[in-house]
Design a protein around this ligand. Structure first.
Ligand code: SAM
Length: 321
């Protein structure tokens, strides 16, 4: 676990600057997730008329805290609580909240805890709990054993208040079209993907910044990067990295992104998430391909939703009208 914390601590700043705010495909998918969550929270407000607590598991730099603390008003939302293993991620989240001028007594109340989400127990609470795990965070949570623990943890979090749990993640079948170009564009965050042949500049003495975002469906085998040394001096412009076809094939087959800095992200297939839903969430759950809800922004995703109190009855029908 220490190694995992180190990886997220070391990329926190770049993750915030580049991944959260810039990459077009990631921004589109996050926009889809946020719009859907707004609608679910408003639906609950209208149907239930009781206070709501939102728990963001693997909250990173706190985008939901900022969204509901500053930009979007949900009448019954009383708390936004985030859990993350990385202190650096949480430090950035707190810094953003301060910069935005959100004060401590504002509603919803914003709070964080550092640690593994698997170690937390749900606290007794009157409001209805909505626990979310967004942007393929499940794929970064300690492999398949972590995925199992996440389903159990979410269940624990929402069962007492008959709440809702949502896992929003990517699908393995889109690893070639979405993951490869996406991770090549952001190799300075997670490190150089193993399918790009290593050369002189692939060591930790250098930082490589891609010169453009490779959009989804790009199968260009080359990637142009500017190379910097650790002090930030430009060493080489337009250096070209090339894909290794054998490792590209291996990545597509395994559904796992590996980088030379030991970063790992799983893109799980629909069947595997389906099995976990059946084992841990039984009935009262939905499994949705996000393409069906928003083909333009969310082709690559899937949603696992646990709906303990049947709160979302009719919700998906309302969406398609
Ligand atoms: C891909 S980032 C997503 C961040 C955020 N959910 C978002 O959408 O921007 C994954 C986050 O999960 C966190 N994480 C990984 N394993 C975790 C665990 N066991 N418990 C809590 N957080 C974890 C990492 O520190 C990182 O901030």
């Amino acid at each position: 676990m220490k190694q995992k914390i180190k990886i997220w601590d070391s990329c926190a700043h770049l993750y915030e600057c580049h991944n959260v705010t810039e990459h077009p495909d990631i921004v589109a998918f996050k926009g889809f997730e946020e719009n859907l969550l707004d609608k679910i929270l408003l639906h609950l407000t209208k149907e239930q008329n009781r206070p709501i607590s939102l728990i963001d598991i693997g909250c990173g730099t706190g985008r939901l805290h900022l969204r509901y603390g500053q930009r979007i008003h949900i009448p019954e939302l009383r708390n936004v609580f985030g859990i993350d293993i990385s202190k650096k991620m949480l430090d950035l989240a707190i810094e953003k909240i301060k910069k935005a001028g959100i004060n401590k007594i504002a509603t919803p109340a914003l709070s964080f805890k550092q640690g593994s989400a698997f170690d937390f127990e749900a606290e007794p609470i009157n409001s209805i709990q909505v626990a979310v795990n967004l942007n393929n965070t499940i794929g970064t949570m300690q492999g398949q054993k972590g995925a199992v623990k996440l389903f159990q943890t979410l269940n624990r979090f929402v069962e007492n208040t008959k709440g809702i749990a949502i896992i929003s993640c990517y699908m393995k079948k889109y690893i070639e079209t979405y993951a490869l170009p996406q991770y090549e564009s952001s190799l300075y965050i997670c490190g150089q993907p193993i399918w790009l042949k290593p050369d002189t500049y692939s060591t930790n003495k250098y930082k490589q910044l891609s010169t453009q975002y490779k959009k989804s469906y790009s199968n260009d085998p080359f990637l142009k990067v500017d190379v910097y040394d650790i002090q930030g001096s430009l060493i080489k412009k337009n250096h070209v990295l090339k894909r290794d076809p054998v490792l590209v094939k291996q990545t597509i087959e395994s559904g796992v992104i590996h980088t030379f800095s030991n970063y790992k992200s799983h893109w799980y297939n629909f069947q595997m998430i389906d099995n976990l839903i059946k084992i841990f969430w039984e009935s009262k759950s939905y499994h949705v391909q996000t393409k069906e809800l928003d083909p333009q922004n969310a082709e690559q995703g899937q949603l696992a939703i646990l709906d303990y109190g049947n709160n979302l009855q009719n919700f998906f029908e309302t969406l398609s009208n």
